[in-house]
Design a protein around this ligand. Structure first.
Ligand code: ADP
Length: 431
């Protein structure tokens, strides 16, 4: 207001001196203009001040309201910035408390941020490594392929770059546009425990094999050499012998499974003539049918020269389990069809039967250890409940796949595919 009075006073004075209305108006406007320019200058100085808490000069009227509003907004902005910083610090603190390593990588593959655990696991240095490419940190070719494929459905296991004795599991999750979050866990201890469990099962199975063979041998000898024994004793012997056989099979399958848990030795890969392996599996199928005292027809349809690359004993084991299962779970007079053909994905081996079939709800669990659809039926047919677990493990070791379809009362189809890209260690054929 005082500025307005000053403008009016000046215009009256100027009007009186020059006795002209135009002079009076021009002088008034000049005073107002100078006043607004001064305020703009003050605002400009304030905006360029580094001290973000500096106060705007005292003002009245329209400039007073503008300055007050700006100050209000500034305080609000400052507060929300502080809240945001506190929230970020809290998140960082909680991420630092995690035992898992956490790393964020931007769309170009550069390291953005990591927590304390990741810093220890990878020996990261805050200043040097921020912005460095992730693939410089993890130089393993496997990780390179995994990261470039961007198929992050499964985690990957790598050696720690600071301590090669430690194994790290890295799970990648993509967020925003191409940014990735890496969660890293040190798996060394749990891998050690897994190995110990595997060795324990392997050793115990191995140790049990000898006493079982002795018991089985004595029981067989008794039966053979003492036919005059009482009928009840004979019956008990037969039962003991059957259980000893079952236990031997179980121990044998447990031993096989524990061996299969280790990684596959690719130097044992050979090109296997399938006609030979299938003939052996079919012969085992006929033996099973004879033991179970039933007649089952086994038909084979095979592309000539069909050959699958892999470990011979393991592929034979897959075929034998599938064929003997088909025989076991097919009634007297039933039929088993085996077909082998090539597809884009690899060699497909199909074992189908028109036996008892399997209810849909059981299909997803069939390859679990000791899972049986009907425990009483499989124990009478001499099953251990480990056959399909062995089959699946072998197929996965060969990077193949197993597909099971079945209809209760109609029969089952087991299809396993072994990829073409499996290469023999040298182009040698199985002997
Ligand atoms: P087992 O030694 O008991 O046969 P497997 O692991 O080989 O164990 O099979 C698991 C279960 O899957 C079996 O107990 C049986 O119930 C079912 N199964 C396997 N193959 C067939 C088949 N061809 N037809 C019907 N059921 C089957």
């Amino acid at each position: 207001m005082p500025k307005a009075y000053a403008a009016v006073a000046l215009s009256v004075i100027m009007g009186a001196i020059f006795w002209s209305l135009s002079w009076a108006i021009a002088s008034g406007l000049m005073v107002l203009l100078l006043y607004h320019v001064r305020k703009l200058q003050q605002l400009d100085v304030w905006l360029n001040n580094d001290d973000r808490l500096a106060e705007l000069p005292e003002s009245q009227g329209i400039w007073g309201r503008v300055f007050d509003r700006i100050e209000e907004l500034q305080v609000k902005h400052f507060k929300s910035e502080q809240e945001l910083t506190t929230a970020i610090l809290r998140i960082q603190k909680s991420a630092n408390a995690l035992r898992e390593g956490v790393i964020t990588v931007d769309a170009s593959g550069a390291l953005e941020w990591w927590n304390l655990s990741a810093r220890k696991m990878f020996g990261l240095k805050n200043k040097q490594d921020r912005g460095a490419p992730l693939l410089h940190l993890l130089r393993e070719p496997n990780f390179f392929r995994y990261y470039h494929h961007a198929d992050f459905g499964q985690p990957i296991y790598v050696q720690s770059p600071v301590n090669p004795e430690r194994v790290l599991e890295i799970a990648v999750t993509s967020f925003a546009k191409g940014d990735n979050l890496l969660i890293v866990r040190d798996m060394t201890e749990s891998i050690k425990l897994g190995n110990m469990r595997r060795d324990f099962i392997g050793n115990i199975s191995h140790e049990l094999r000898t006493p079982l063979t002795v018991i089985q041998g004595y029981l067989e000898t008794f039966q053979l050499h003492y036919p005059e024994l009482d009928a009840d004793v004979q019956k008990s012997h037969t039962r003991m012998l059957a259980q000893a056989h079952r236990m031997t099979n179980l121990v044998q399958d447990m031993l096989v499974l524990s061996r299969l848990e280790g990684s596959i030795d690719r130097s044992k890969f050979v090109r296997n003539q399938m006609s030979i392996l299938l003939a052996q599996a079919i012969s085992r199928g006929h033996d099973t049918a004879r033991k179970l005292d039933k007649k089952v027809t086994i038909e084979l349809c095979l592309e000539r020269q069909a050959s699958v690359v892999g470990v011979k004993s393991e592929i034979l084991s897959v075929l034998t389990h599938l064929v003997t299962n088909a025989v076991k779970y097919t009634q007297h007079g039933g039929r088993v069809d085996i077909a082998l053909h090539t597809t884009n994905d690899g060699w497909c081996i199909n074992v189908s039967d028109n036996g008892i079939g399997i209810g849909q709800k059981h299909l997803p669990r069939l390859t679990e250890r000791f899972y049986r659809v009907d425990p009483s039926r499989s124990s009478t047919s001499g099953g251990t409940g480990l056959g399909l677990a062995i089959v699946e493990r072998i197929i996965l070791r060969h990077e193949g796949s197993l597909d099971i379809s079945s209809q209760k009362g109609k029969g089952s189809h087991f299809t396993c595919t072994f990829p073409h890209q499996n290469m023999p260690s040298s182009d040698k054929e199985a002997m």
